[in-house]
Design a protein around this ligand. Sequence first.
Ligand SMILES: Nc1ncnc2c1ncn2[C@@H]1O[C@H](COP(=O)(O)OP(=O)(O)OP(=O)(O)O)[C@@H](O)[C@H]1O
Ligand SMILES: [Mg+2]
Length: 178
Amino acid sequence: MDKKTIRQAMIKQRLTLNEEEYQSYSLKIIESLLTSSFFNKEKPLGIYMTIRHEVDTLHLICNLLERGIRVALPKVERDGMRFYNIDSLDQLILGTFGVMEPPSDDLAEDLSTLIVPLVAFNEKKERIGYGKGYYDRYIEQYHPQTIGIAFEFQKQEFVGETHDQPLDYIITEKRIYK
Ligand SMILES: Nc1ncnc2c1ncn2[C@@H]1O[C@H](COP(=O)(O)OP(=O)(O)OP(=O)(O)O)[C@@H](O)[C@H]1O
Ligand SMILES: [Mg+2]
């Protein structure tokens, strides 16, 4: 199937997860991520704010801030996506596409790791996002270590395009793809 068809099907299917499945799978994925040793305190971790049944990152962000790990969130700007450091979730502002965005005063220039949202992924750890190429361009330009987080059913068969940047790891509620 082509990327567009899979994208539409996966966005729909993700919304059919009931609240219990959604929360328990998200929790498993976040716990698996936290027990991995992917974080360091020197550089900020890039992560997204959840919309529409993407793997829930809210508790993870709170946990990281409490542990003194620097957290940076994306903001879509005219010439692409940038990450800005935050101290607290209270600072966030409702931005484009209905996503909560950071204020643009503390640019995070060098991320240790980037937690990547995705709509679907394949065996090669290539991903399908929302179809704007923001993450592909960001990863191609800055080369952070990348960890995709997703539900197992989002694993699909498709052929990535040359501009699709494969991720380093993908963590689901079932396993870690390396
Ligand atoms: N590195 C790049 N340089 C220039 N254009 C790019 C690059 N990566 C992607 N694009 C363009 O972005 C558009 C969308 O790409 P694609 O369908 O792969 O999005 P996506 O991976 O689903 O989205 P996202 O990365 O925002 O989650 C394509 O038209 C593609 O040509
Ligand atoms: Mg892509």
